[in-house]
Design a protein around this ligand. Structure first.
Ligand code: SF4
Length: 738
């Protein structure tokens, strides 16, 4: 029986950025009954397969329960002293930029806040980055270029209110299932609603799509850049909006003006009639929401993809109104919370910019931190390269498994093996990364820790503990503060609860704002422990905050939960910016994946659906990586559930029948997938759903060697030059029978 009882705790799902409310009820037999929270505005009681199986993953087997030093159990005081001493000594000898934190979108906001405060404020380096760099950094950069702030304008309800929903690089059905369920229900209730899916694969999300565009890898810039002149010729530009609220339209249009349909077809690998049908739908519908996710962000041109999409919404004035707007959906449960506290190497707390001196002054004064970092730190890929080169000599990895999840993952393993001092905080005792830890801290897991997370529509929800801390496990904020105090920063880290940290974070957001920035949760700064404990899900901006929609769009929303309704943005002149996104046949970045494809195949484009030239028989394939429905990241939690593991039991390479035939492969063959960085052996899955010329391999599987399916060992470390996000969906590989 999933009905709430006196012992039921309201919390938030551990997984994706939808941020579903969960009712967790501990049972007398030691288990926990899980149900969706009918009162949570993200999911209204729904849960997906992963969320509903959370109770099956709360096992003690394999947990890291005690601090260790080189794998030998030690006590917290000894481990904390050692970490503080080694970090302090490294900083003293080599300077603050010789140390780094690599954190995670799994951390709670309070953990993220103190980690960021310690590194940027008191150590004096901005070398703190997060696995969210692999997830949505291109959206952050695109938002900042267009809006002057990292603001997601819309809400989940906008998807239900739209007449056209465009899903770009998003397998919503598997990666954000509850939003998919809400969208599918809205379309079923209102069949006139149109859904367009733009994805190299015909994923399960295509089941509700009226139109599927099987786009070539990284063709999105061309598709949306080409849409801009189409909208102009179709008379769909909102001229008053463009004139009144934006800058740069003429330059953006000029950059795209020569992009005719034939060139868009060439660059996207799409047939012209598909492109025209999509363009006509976009031009015809006023209420358009463009949802984009990792297929847009995880690219060497991800930021341009984001801005090409934002350009089309700004040009039509379709932003900040019910049922309209661009909508970046985050992958992780607290990617947004990390953005709010400045958990990335190029950001400051409360959505302030580290490059901005007045912003640095605000944070320096508020924290009383004279050593505050003055320039951006190293982004994730750069950070591990700096570990490899010896520039970084001590690194603390929290809540993430980069030896599996980073591109060129074997290089990350080699870097950590050579690093003089590696600290890892985790909840499990064996991961591919923990092998390299000098010190391991046992972290509190979901269900044991307390704090907040922010979902993709800016809704802050509590994660609450309903289980005791096992063994000597401790929350991450506690361990960070304990190290900070031992490094001599005691007064600034004298927190005794997450509520106190949250209150300071909220105060800083208000202190920073003075009415001029998007992120202000100052209204929550006065919460006492009891109020924090009972905090209901709350979306920012809060009612009354300036520059928000004056009227609620529906009963599920608080007033003021949509941004840019009044056409004012966060650049100094309050106008949005168009960003020209000209096609680059070969990105300038010498390390780009496209350039690498030139090395490997002699042809940077993929796919024999492209309009003009057929693919040569000796072409390599473009590797696309991503999630499956029932697993999460490196499976340290979902791998514990037999039910979840039964959905897809082993890693696979999904290829089109034409490629399988060309390569002499049959369904279920073992195949070697190789790149210049390594190879893996997986099962062939031959499917018409896969675009010819590309191959999909899921990201979850781990292993001692690459041969067990650790696909990120193959992936190129090439990054977007603006966001630093790696192109995880576009690496040249070759396939052969094992
Ligand atoms: Fe959890 Fe995401 Fe599923 Fe909701 S949709 S239950 S947040 S995994």
């Amino acid at each position: 029986d999933a009905a709430p009882t006196a012992t039921t705790v309201r919390t938030t799902c551990a997984y994706c950025g939808v941020g579903c409310g969960v009712l967790a009820t501990p049972r007398a037999d030691g288990g926990v009954t899980i149900a969706g929270d009918p009162e949570h505005p993200a999911n209204f009681g729904r849960l997906c397969s992963k969320g509903s199986a959370l109770g099956e993953t709360l096992q003690m087997e394999g947990r890291l329960l005690h601090p260790t030093h080189h794998g030998v159990r030690t006590d917290w005081d000894t481990a904390l002293d050692l970490v503080a001493e080694r970090f302090s000594a490294t900083i003293a000898e080599y300077g603050p930029d010789s140390v780094a934190f690599y954190v995670s979108g799994q951390l709670l906001t309070e953990d993220y806040y103190v980690a960021n405060k310690l590194m940027k404020g008191f150590i004096g380096s901005a070398n703190i980055d997060t696995n969210s760099r692999l997830c949505m950094a291109s959206s952050v950069a695109g938002h900042r270029r267009a809006f002057g702030s990292d603001t997601v304008p819309g809400t989940y309800e906008d998807l239900e209110l739209a007449d056209l929903v465009v899903l770009v690089g998003s397998n919503l059905a598997w990666c954000h299932p509850v939003i998919y369920q809400r969208l599918a229900a809205a379309k079923a209730a209102r069949p006139a609603m149109k859904v367009v899916l733009i994805d190299p694969r015909r994923t399960m999300t295509a089941d509700i799509a009226d139109l599927h565009l099987p786009i070539a890898a990284d063709g999105d810039v061309a598709l949306f850049a080409g849409l801009l002149p189409y909208l102009a010729e179709a008379g769909a530009i909102h001229c008053d909006y463009v004139a009144g609220h934006t800058e740069g339209f003429v330059a953006a249009l000029k950059a795209a003006r020569n992009l005719r349909l034939a060139e868009v077809a060439e660059a996207t690998g799409l047939k012209r009639d598909l492109i025209e049908r999509f363009y006509a739908l976009f031009a015809r519908h006023e209420k358009v929401v463009t949802v984009y996710s990792q297929g847009v962000n995880q690219s060497v041109c991800g930021t341009d993809k984001v801005n090409a999409i934002l350009n089309c919404h700004l040009a039509t004035g379709r932003i900040g109104r019910p049922g309209m707007g661009p909508f970046s959906i985050t992958g992780q449960p607290n990617a947004m919370g990390g953005r709010e506290v400045g958990g990335m190497a190029n950001m400051l707390a409360a959505h302030m910019a580290i490059e901005d001196e007045p912003h640095r002054n605000i944070v320096r004064d508020f924290w009383d931190a004279p050593r505050l970092a003055e320039r951006p730190g190293l982004k994730a890929v750069e950070m591990f390269e700096a570990v490899a080169s010896g520039q970084i000599r001590a690194i603390w990895i929290m809540g993430t498994n980069p030896v599996v999840s980073m591109p060129d993952a074997d290089a990350v393993a080699r870097a950590l093996a050579a690093c003089p001092f590696v600290v890892v905080s985790d909840v499990v005792e064996k991961t591919d990364t923990l092998k390299y830890a000098a010190v391991a801290f046992p972290a509190a897991a979901w269900g044991e820790k307390d704090g907040t997370v922010t979902n993709s529509e800016r809704r802050i929800s509590r994660q609450r503990a309903f289980l005791p801390l096992p063994g000597e496990a401790r929350p991450d904020w506690w361990a960070i503060c304990a190290v900070a105090r031992r490094m001599g920063f005691g007064p600034a880290f004298a927190y005794d609860s997450p509520a106190v940290i949250f209150a300071e974070h909220a105060r800083l957001s208000a202190h920073a704002n003075e009415g001029s920035r998007d992120f202000d949760i100052g209204g929550l700064a006065g919460l006492d422990e009891a109020q924090y404990d009972t905090l209901a899900p709350v979306q920012w901006p809060q009612p009354g905050q300036p520059r928000t929609n004056a009227a609620p769009a529906g009963p599920a929303m608080e007033a003021g939960s949509r941004f840019f309704a009044d056409g004012r943005f966060y650049h100094a002149d309050q106008r949005a910016r168009f960003v020209p996104t000209p096609l680059k046949r070969r990105p300038d970045d010498a390390r780009s994946a496209a350039a690498e494809r030139m090395d490997g195949t002699g042809d940077e484009r993929a796919g024999d659906e492209r309009a003009d030239s057929p693919r040569r028989s000796d072409d390599g394939l473009i590797l696309n990586t991503g999630r499956v429905r029932d697993h999460w990241h490196t499976m340290t939690r979902t791998g514990l559930s037999a039910r979840l593991s039964a959905h897809i039991a082993e890693p696979y390479a999904e290829i089109n029948p034409a490629d399988a035939s060309r390569l002499g492969l049959a369904e279920a063959d073992l195949v070697v997938v190789s790149s210049p960085r390594g190879q893996i052996v997986v099962r062939a899955l031959v499917s018409e759903r896969q675009r010819p010329g590309s191959v999909f391999v899921p990201m979850h599987w781990t292993g001692e060697t690459s041969s067990k399916g650790r696909v990120d060992a193959l992936v190129s470390p090439a990054t977007d030059p603006v966001s630093g996000q790696p192109g995880l969906k576009s690496t040249s590989v070759h396939l052969r029978r094992f």
